[in-house]
Design a protein around this ligand. Structure first.
Ligand SMILES: C[S@@+](CC[C@H](N)C(=O)[O-])C[C@H]1O[C@@H](n2cnc3c(N)ncnc32)[C@H](O)[C@@H]1O
Length: 417
């Protein structure tokens, strides 16, 4: 019984199912759900790529941020870091490898746990201090460390609501003959209207928005698992007023990905394409505060990596004897991590529980971070990462100069050009 069969069976039984239920089965049904038994992200093939695959500088600078959190917590002898939705484990590998370069015994204290709801061929096996747990959610308690995720919340099922004339309706999936079709009906859950009220959103006629009703329970689980420490969430999304702006996003932000092509046809290719929507960071922040987390700040990925001195890693590439192709591939990867209208626009939200209000290096630029990163080696692309100039049509000095965000070194001529 594959995912599409299960969707049709439920519709036969009940007439229609909410879009959120459709998305849940299409992505996570044990037989043939999109995220079941496949690796959608990665250097070879896949349907989309994420920051860990783009360049190991992403994991390296996250390691630097985790190092500061560990220092702030008094350098405990064990420092658990739980990564939610860790996928193939590439980020864990980059973070734990780079942790070995950091001072004061950080690497020995780091206990990295990859949590994933599906069984995947993973890259992190065999790395000391890293373990993989097959779990739907966060089955831990009393953590004194950090809960981290990259592109995890955007994979949660979302409800869709639309202002049909002047009546708020929910989007359902039903059948017209043999064809799956979208229908509208009464709201399936009071939380939908409440979310719009809480956000003081007045939809325009026929405006569609996606709402994730699982944020509250997710925030409660995270808060319950953590005794003391931090929650670091990276994803694409926006604060609610921007995300739900009818001028810019009248049809919502739901998209599908199949073999690197983005469309908005979720009812086709069931189980073969990713379905995702941008994250409402206002609701994530509020759900966290309701559950007992303090919001320390939110910046773009471009600001976060800039504050952690990605520029220095880029600059010191020249100290390595790389071929021109390797140099260009590393430079393009680093640049892509902070590209505007791309990964650079992602948001990095940091929350804490019983963690005080430290000035975190990723949120505010600091000389301490600069001093540390200056002394660290440059992480280089491996076979597990993408090679952007080969993999996509992005290479070339023009791209590099256009996208490079650090004006102080933008004018330098790279050594191989
Ligand atoms: C878009 S992928 C991102 C993977 C990885 N973090 C990366 O950056 O490449 C989302 C991941 O979250 C996982 N996931 C979704 N819901 C989950 C849940 N409730 N518990 C554990 N993992 C989950 C999916 O299986 C998938 O691997």
């Amino acid at each position: 019984m594959n995912a599409e069969y299960e969707i049709r069976r439920r519709i036969d039984e009940r007439g229609k199912i909410t879009f959120a239920e459709f998305m849940d089965v299409a992505l996570y049904w044990p037989q043939g759900g999109y995220y079941t038994g496949r690796e959608p992200v990665g250097a070879q093939g896949g349907d989309f790529y994420t920051s860990p695959a783009v360049h190991p500088a992403f994991g390296a600078l996250l390691a630097v941020q985790l190092f500061q959190m560990w220092q702030h917590m008094g350098q405990p002898s064990t420092f658990p870091v739980c990564e939610l939705g860790a996928g193939n484990g590439l980020l864990s590998r980059d973070i734990t490898s780079y942790a070995a370069e950091l001072p004061s015994g950080f690497s020995a204290a780091l206990r990295y746990v990859c949590l994933e709801q599906r069984s995947v061929d993973s890259l992190e096996s065999g790395i000391s201090g890293t373990s993989r747990v097959l779990a739907d959610g966060l089955p831990f308690k009393n953590l004194q460390g950090c809960i981290i995720s990259n592109e995890y919340l955007d994979a949660f099922p979302v409800h869709q609501v639309v202002l049909a004339g002047d009546v708020l309706k929910e989007v359902y999936v039903g059948l017209d003959g043999q064809h799956l079709v979208e229908l509208t009906g009464e709201l399936s859950h009071p939380g939908l209207a409440k979310r719009l009220d809480d956000l003081q959103l007045q939809l325009e006629p026929w405006q569609t928005v996606e709402l994730n009703l699982e944020l509250g329970s997710w925030s409660r689980n995270v808060t319950a698992a953590l005794d003391r420490g931090f929650v670091l969430t990276i994803d694409y999304g926006r604060p609610a007023p921007d995300l739900y702006d009818p001028e810019q996003r009248h049809r919502g932000t739901l998209v599908t990905y199949h073999q690197h092509v983005q469309t908005d046809s979720p009812l086709t290719l069931i189980g073969q394409q990713d379905i995702t929507a941008q994250v409402d960071f206002t609701s994530v922040t509020r759900a966290g505060e309701t559950a007992g987390l303090d919001t320390l700040g939110m910046v773009t990925q471009r600001e976060f990596l800039g504050n952690l001195h990605l520029d220095k890693l880029q600059q010191y590439l020249r100290n390595h004897s790389l071929t021109p192709q390797q140099m260009q591939a590393n430079r393009a990867g680093i640049t892509d991590l902070v590209r505007l209208e791309g990964l650079g626009d992602f948001k990095v939200l940091i929350q804490s529980k019983n963690g005080g209000s430290p000035n975190l290096w990723g949120l505010t630029s600091s000389p301490e971070a600069a001093d540390l990163v200056e002394r660290l080696p440059v992480p280089l692309l491996t076979d597990s990462h993408l090679s952007l100039p080969d993999g996509r049509n992005i290479g070339g000095e023009t791209e590099f100069e256009v996208f490079w965000p650090f004006p102080d070194i933008a004018s330098e001529t790279p050594p191989d050009s």
